[in-house]
Design a protein around this ligand. Structure first.
Ligand code: MGD
Ligand code: MGD
Ligand code: MO
Length: 644
């Protein structure tokens, strides 16, 4: 049994504003997550799912990309993760009757919350030209419509293939393969709006667009700086890692215009004492002015340069280049300007500097507060330079930690969902499949919107996400989307993007992480990569919301067959039958995934192993140790496809 979704009455459903909280997690969070779970999933499914979240034989939480440690608790999820699971595993259903009762114009008036609360979509739905309502359609016909529209394009570059970051590695690999075999690199994704600046700044500075630390590193750090991030709400399990680091002696500085409750006091629900008392995580709070981070880190770098013995000379000499150029720029930093830009006082900045200087192993974690500014790339470069100056990269307990958002956003990029793929990646793909991928760059999110607006793109296909709600200029985006000939959404739940359609539209319902995925060769699992570059298997165990659902890999495989026809030598049918055959191909195309099938068969995490012996499995990528550079504006080696 499950409770009813919201009423649709804007007054009854409206959010309420209360007092600001000063602690995060704790007993209320546990109670609330269980309540939400039970309301959406009922008692049996609650037990079936919540005991499997982030377990070695279970599924990866769709809530966020924070990694799990090797030791697992019975309850390895947070309040928001439980909500994310409940939203997917809900017993509520959106059937063809729902679409009959709610014309598209009605859906367009509903709030995102209301739409999301209606439940799981059960059948493929089609909006014919001029129709007011979506109607049920069978899969064959749906794929035929897409094939018809794609084949009618003047150029493959008139098609757009968007990905949101929950898509598994297997589905993402197939999608980019299909797009490239079809003839385009138009693979915009949600990272374009999220950590793109981290990917760019890290590629420029350390040569690879990803973080360099593991969970174990956090536990060993002397100092952790959390800049522009609200882990209490968005990555609650990170608070346990910070608490553990703190118990081992780490200091924590947070840099944020707001005092975020989770960093003020964390009530760890895994321990009885933690639940009652909580831990104050912050040692120093820098209540910075919005956008002031670049000035702050630049001044800290100047102070490090001016402090006798503060620069790790050996590290800088052996592992970086461009030092003089960087140092000259940092020396220009000025106290008065920095105080204005940051809104901080001199004493507070000096306290932060003293903590940086006292630390041998520093980690900087950041998220949207740093990545979503116009000057995000130079800001993140300053952050990296601080770590390089102190030799805090490539050393245990030290490094860069961009905290990713969607649960497989990093993996999707690793699999080639990127509008600007490296030639090396395309060469490997072409060699493996005997295709000729286009070499010119595709459209990112903003360019995709412009292309739709200007009539240069005519078919929009989304693997998950909520494009019109997630993108920056809603009015422009919605007008652009309405100009498309066909819009297609592979989705689990209804959202705003289903109500803003092209001339024709399709909704293709798919399995989620929590669902059991059985194909011709038997039960399948998929893989995901977390924020710390660890790759692991994810197995759903619930009976799917309806017998009509197809998995994401199956949808891409069938779509590819419908569009490319017998002319394609790619074994799409085999891929659909057995995902291990997809992983075999990944292991031959994506560097670091050698022996992929054998490695994911082991329970737990496999992958990265940045420092050789410490990681399990084969290193996914070379050590960052020898790749650091103090740099102000240099191109990276172009190897890593930066996760956004
Ligand atoms: N429950 C839940 N969890 C999620 C998601 C979700 O939708 N729901 N989304 C996931 C996704 S996709 C992402 S990307 C992550 C996002 O995770 P976060 O980046 O933690 O999310 P935001 O809420 O955007 O928090 C931005 C933080 O930056 C601060 N800030 C704003 N401007 C500045 C600035 O100029 N300087 C500094 N230093 N700080 C600033 C804000 O006060 C806020 O604390 O969360 C993931 N987790
Ligand atoms: N106003 C505003 N805009 C933002 C942000 C913000 O904080 N505020 N954050 C930005 C950031 S950081 C990001 S990452 C983007 C996110 O942008 P998107 O990823 O495009 O948006 P989401 O809202 O996360 O997408 C949710 C939808 O994904 C579908 N879905 C959920 N699970 C699955 C699944 O397993 N498979 C498939 N196929 N579909 C699934 C459901 O239909 C659900 O409605 O938005 C960006 N835009
Ligand atoms: Mo994000």
């Amino acid at each position: 049994m499950a409770t009813k979704p919201p009423t649709g009455d804007p007054v009854q459903d409206a959010p309420r504003v209360g007092e600001a909280q000063h602690a995060a997690a704790g007993l209320p969070a546990v109670a609330h997550s269980l309540l939400v779970a039970r309301q959406q999933m009922g008692v049996v499914r609650t037990a079936q799912t919540l005991l499997k979240v982030n377990q070695k034989n279970g599924f990866d939480c769709p809530g966020c990309a924070w990694p799990e440690g090797d030791e697992r608790h019975t309850a390895e999820f947070c309040e928001n993760g439980a909500k994310a699971v409940a939203e997917e595993a809900t017993l509520r259903r959106v059937t063809p009757d729902f679409f009959a009762a709610h014309p598209v114009a009605d859906l367009a008036t509903r709030s995102g919350y209301w739409l999301g609360q209606q439940g799981r979509i059960t059948q493929p739905m089609y909006l014919p030209e001029g129709a007011e309502r979506y109607e049920a359609i069978d899969w064959e016909r749906a794929f035929d419509i897409i094939a018809e529209e794609l084949r009618a394009l003047d150029s493959p570059d008139e098609a757009l293939f968007y990905t949101s970051g929950r898509t598994s590695n297997e589905a993402a690999f197939l999608l980019q393969l299909f797009a490239r075999e079809f003839g385009t690199n138009n693979l915009p994704d949600c990272s374009n709006m999220c950590h793109e600046s981290s990917g760019s700044a890290l590629t420029e500075t350390i040569g690879i667009g990803k973080g360099s630390v593991t969970l174990e590193d956090l536990h060993r750090a002397d100092l952790i700086i959390v800049a522009g991030q609200n882990p209490g709400t968005n990555h609650p399990r990170m608070l346990s890692a910070l608490e553990k680091a703190k118990k081992a002696g780490a200091k924590i500085i947070s840099v944020n215009p707001l005092p975020e409750a989770g960093l003020e006091r964390f009530k760890n629900p895994q321990t009885p004492l933690g639940m009652v008392r909580g831990t104050a995580l912050n040692d120093l709070f820098l209540q910075i002015r919005i956008g002031g981070d670049q000035a702050l880190f630049r001044l800290l770098n100047k102070m490090i340069l001016q402090t006798e013995g503060a620069v790790d000379e050996t590290f800088v000499r052996e592992h970086t280049h461009g030092f003089e150029e960087f140092a000259a720029a940092a020396r220009e930093a000025d106290w008065a300007e920095t105080l204005t830009a940051t809104g901080l006082d001199r004493e507070t900045i000096e306290k932060a500097l003293a903590m940086v200087l006292a630390s041998k192993r520093t980690i900087v974690c950041w998220a949207m507060g740093l990545t979503q500014h116009k000057h995000s790339v130079p800001t993140i470069r300053e952050v990296v330079n601080l770590l390089l100056l102190r030799g805090s990269i490539g050393r245990p307990g030290a490094g860069v930690c961009p905290v990713r958002g969607h649960s497989n956003v990093q993996g999707d990029r690793t699999m080639g969902i990127f509008e600007r793929p490296s030639p090396a990646f395309l060469d490997a793909l072409d060699k493996e499949f005997g295709i000729t991928s286009p070499r010119h760059h595709g459209y990112d999110v903003v360019r995709s919107i412009r292309a739709l607006r200007d009539g240069d793109a005519k078919v929009f296909i989304a693997m998950g996400g909520n494009f019109v709600a997630a993108t920056p200029d809603t009015d422009v985006t919605e007008a652009a989307m309405r100009r498309a000939r066909l819009t297609v959404h592979v989705s689990t739940k209804v959202n705003r993007s289903h109500a803003v359609t092209g001339t024709r539209a399709l909704i293709l319902p798919t399995l989620g992480r929590t669902d059991k995925d059985v194909q011709a060769s038997g039960k399948q699992f998929v893989t995901v990569e977390d924020s710390m570059s660890m790759v692991h298997a994810s197995r759903g165990n619930l009976t799917p919301a309806s017998p009509h659902l197809l998995s994401e890999p199956a949808i891409v495989a069938r779509l590819a067959r419908a569009v490319l026809g017998p002319g394609s030598a790619t074994p799409w049918e085999e891929f659909e039958k057995d995902y291990a055959t997809i992983r075999d191909r990944i292991s031959r195309v994506v560097p670091g995934f050698e022996d992929f099938n054998a490695r994911v068969a082991r329970p737990g995490r496999s992958g990265s192993g940045r420092r050789g012996s410490r990681g399990r499995g084969v290193p996914r990528r070379p050590s960052t140790r020898s790749r650091g550079r103090c740099t102000r504006r240099r191109r990276g080696r172009g190897r890593g496809r930066p996760p956004g």
